[in-house]
Design a binder for this molecule. Sequence first.
Ligand code: COA
Length: 123
Amino acid sequence: MIKGIGTDIIDIVRIKNSIEKNKRFVEKIFTEKEIGYCEARMRREVHYAGRFAAKEAFFKAIGTGYRGGMGWREISIENDELGKPGIELSGRTRDFFKKKKFKNIHLSISHTREYAVSFVVID
Ligand SMILES: CC(C)(COP(=O)(O)OP(=O)(O)OC[C@H]1O[C@@H](n2cnc3c(N)ncnc32)[C@H](O)[C@@H]1OP(=O)(O)O)[C@@H](O)C(=O)NCCC(=O)NCCS
């Protein structure tokens, strides 16, 4: 049974500016695995933007939005060996997810030159 859906669209230039102007932005929002993935790519801001959109889509799918002490870094977007993205939870976000009896998270990401979009389904 579907328990929640969430989507988000991000202007890639906004993320590019945040990365370049604020050194702490990346460390505040992204996990080490996410940083490793994005920094290894030609246009890192594209992949950071997709992950930022995925985190916001996740918060929409669980129905709370970004609040309640849940941290950006408690949601880690990780790709499998075929490149398919998934979400690993930790900390208070994982506790909340379990308390709500949510089971699985499905994630899709896409980018153009200017925008990154993400879609999350929770069952
Ligand atoms: C995966 C694929 C559908 C991506 O589509 P695209 O139009 O190139 O790129 P998009 O911007 O829409 O999507 C990119 C995102 O797709 C997601 N993705 C990658 N592989 C995926 C897979 N196997 N399953 C689901 N999603 C996948 C990733 O989240 C990626 O973003 P990220 O690297 O920041 O995490 C496409 O490249 C494909 O079919 N690849 C497999 C075959 C292949 O590699 N062919 C080489 C070219 S002929």
